[in-house]
Design a protein around this ligand. Structure first.
Ligand SMILES: [Zn+2]
Length: 327
């Protein structure tokens, strides 16, 4: 759950972000290169179960399976009990039976919409500052990293108060919904520093999806229907992967054989009504095994965003956030 942010949280986060950006070839000028003393290490909000599964996609399926079994048996783990113990809200894993199918949106990001909006405002309001941060980030902080980034990612440097959006796309065509999600993170990052809090991954995703939804409601209303399909596709996929992992970690002895894991996985694909186009292949599930239960971090945020389509605007979202978290 959210914690009060202190300077050491920000310094640690900044050091990790600067190092990650550097490893991808992006040099960021930050003053935080100092080494931390161990007594200064602070606790971050609990985000994911501490499970290290090391299975590489490079290895053949037999080796993957053997390694995975060994580790699963060692970690035999009940995710839903873990959530309760750490005061996470309970998850709705019911399939939605929504038959909406994802289609590409029409629009590309045009920063003049943010500039026009900003021109109407007093330049000291928090809403003005957020628009300023969005415009600056799109103009200067979108980076094309090496292949080691999968899709889209937002990296935050809280001490210099900058967010960087990393995109692994060669053709320079931003995908509207993914980019708006990362801009959602830019807004959350800015507000977390402003209000001196630090979130768990699940809370960050909750608010990033919420702000992405307010951006649709404010600037891309015409795309709302496609956005709804998009969210349902992601949500069902995340529920399926989460449900698959819950069962796999809880009863690893039942799924020792590769065929049994595959069968469990296929059962979830059917249960959550994933089609061939939007369902994930089995190898992709191994990537999730790399960071077990990451998929669960998106579920509440995506459900909440679906419930806010064509409702809250960006400014209403900012006011909602600050009324909850302001110092
Ligand atoms: Zn996100």
């Amino acid at each position: 759950m959210a914690l009060k942010r202190n300077k050491m949280h920000s310094i640690q986060e900044e050091k990790e972000s600067v190092a990650l950006l550097k490893s991808l070839g992006h040099i960021v000028s930050s003053f935080y290169e100092i080494e931390l003393n161990s007594e200064e290490i602070v606790d971050f909000p609990i985000s994911l179960p501490n499970i290290k599964i090391e299975v590489s996609l490079e290895e053949n399926i037999l080796i993957q399976n053997i390694k995975l079994n060994k580790q699963l048996l060692k970690y035999k783990f009940d995710y839903l009990t873990w959530r309760k113990k750490h005061n996470f809200q309970s998850l709705n894993l019911e399939p939605s039976f929504c038959n909406m199918r994802y289609q590409n949106p029409n629009n590309e990001i045009d920063i003049s919409i943010f500039i026009n909006e900003q021109n109407r405002l007093e330049n000291n309001s928090i809403y003005y500052l957020i628009l300023d941060k969005i415009i600056y980030t799109i103009k200067h902080n979108i980076k094309y990293p090496s292949k080691s980034i999968d899709g889209y990612k937002c990296i935050h440097c809280p001490m210099i108060n900058q967010s960087y959006i990393l995109i692994n796309e060669i053709d320079n065509q931003y995908h509207l919904f993914y980019l708006l999600h990362e801009i959602g993170h830019v807004i959350v990052n800015f507000l977390m520093v402003e209000t001196s809090i630090i979130f768990s991954i699940e809370e960050e995703e909750y608010w990033a999806h919420y702000f992405e939804c307010t951006l649709i409601n404010t600037f891309y209303k015409k795309e709302a229907k496609k956005y709804e399909y998009f969210l349902y596709s992601l949500l069902e996929e995340n529920k399926a992967i989460t449900n698959y992992q819950i069962e796999l970690f809880k009863y690893p002895e039942k799924y020792e054989k590769y065929e049994n894991k595959m069968e469990l996985y296929k059962r979830n694909v059917v249960e959550y009504n994933l089609t061939d186009e939007d369902s994930i292949n089995y190898n992709y599930v191994f990537e999730f095994i790399d960071a077990p239960f990451y998929s669960a971090s998106y579920i509440m945020g995506q459900e909440n965003a679906i419930n806010h389509i064509l409702k809250d605007t960006l400014i209403e979202g900012v006011l909602k956030f600050t009324s909850i978290f302001d110092k």
